[in-house]
Structures are given as structure tokens and as C-alpha cells.
Design a protein around this ligand. Structure first.
Ligand code: SF4
Ligand code: SF4
Length: 161
């Protein structure tokens, strides 16, 4: 059996490290980060008047963590990974899901989002990924095997484990 491609494994590690870094920033700034009650309201984007932007390394990371290794399209305004108001991919959720909190300080969230995006750009460039920062519906609709074909990090569907 062939192991995971090195580039792919590195990308997964780099995105995981970035998510850990975000969680650390949140923990170190509890007053500014806010307190999420995990009510799930903000995952219904039109109803909450909220948008979530994601990058390609995050999409590859999530796809690689899912059993079926494919991402679901968004067929309604609500995130397809929310079921019965619970996030079904909580451990692998996007940076924006980790940073946004309705009780948090918008200035803090904006600074952390910008710093996160800079880091995600570096990860993407290191893996020769095209730069994409898209609204979740467009990002999910546009994500396919072709997306990663030219990248140093192969499509998660090629992963062997
Ligand atoms: S950030 Fe606010 S709206 Fe979103 S899940 Fe947490 S408590 Fe609910
Ligand atoms: S990934 Fe999870 S936290 Fe993020 S929008 Fe979807 S259901 Fe909500």
C-alpha cells in the first residue's frame, strides 16, 4: 500500500498547525474573542445575514478529513455541514468558523482574519495552489479534482491509507 503523498501530508499538517494557532489566539484573548454558545444560527448564512469566505488549503484539508473525501455542494443557504443545528465537521471547520463569534470584538476578529489569511496564502504558495478566497457556496461549487491537479499537494481522493 502506498503512503500519503508527502506534499499532501505537509499541507494537512500546515493547515492543522494554523488552526491550532488560531485557537491559541482565541484562548489568549478571551474577552475579545467572545463566547460562542454553539447555537448554530450563524451557519444559516442568509437568515443570519452572514458570509463565510474560505481558501483552497482549507477546502483540501476538509476534503481530506472526510470519509468520502469530497465536499458537499451548498444546496440551501445553510452550510451543508450543519445538521440539526450542529456542526458535523467541528474539528475540521474553516478558519472563519473558528474566528467569528457574535459576542466577540469585530476589530479583533478582523485582525485575526487578516493574519490568518496571510498565513494561508503562504501555505497555498508553498504547495503551488492557485489563490482563491471565496464565499462558501462558490468555493464548494468550484472545488473539484481539477482544482488540485497542478498542485504539489495532490487531490485528497488520491490519498492512500
Ligand atoms: S457565534 Fe453566535 S450565532 Fe454563531 S454559533 Fe456561536 S453563539 Fe451561535
Ligand atoms: S463548517 Fe461547521 S461551523 Fe462552519 S459554517 Fe459549516 S456548520 Fe457552521
Amino acid at each position: 500500500m502506498v503512503g500519503e503523498p508527502t506534499g499532501y501530508r505537509r499541507l494537512i499538517e500546515e493547515v492543522a498547525a494554523l488552526y491550532d494557532w488560531i485557537e491559541t489566539q482565541m484562548r489568549q484573548n478571551p474577552d475579545r474573542a467572545g463566547r460562542c454558545r454553539a447555537c448554530g444560527a450563524c451557519c444559516d448564512f442568509p437568515a443570519y445575514d452572514h458570509r463565510l469566505f474560505v481558501t483552497l488549503p482549507e477546502l483540501i484539508y476538509l476534503a481530506g478529513k472526510l470519509e468520502q473525501r469530497e465536499l458537499q455542494p451548498m444546496t440551501a443557504g445553510r452550510c451543508p455541514y450543519q445538521q440539526e443545528r450542529q456542526c458535523t465537521v467541528h474539528a475540521h471547520r474553516f478558519a472563519g468558523c473558528r474566528i467569528f463569534c457574535c459576542t466577540g470584538d469585530p476589530g479583533f476578529q478582523s485582525e485575526l482574519s487578516e493574519a490568518t489569511l496571510r498565513r494561508l496564502k503562504i501555505v497555498g504558495e508553498a504547495h503551488r495552489l492557485p489563490y482563491r478566497y471565496q464565499d462558501l457556496p462558490a468555493a464548494l461549487a468550484g472545488f473539484s479534482c481539477d482544482t488540485c491537479q497542478s498542485a504539489a499537494a495532490p487531490c485528497p481522493a488520491d490519498r492512500a491509507d
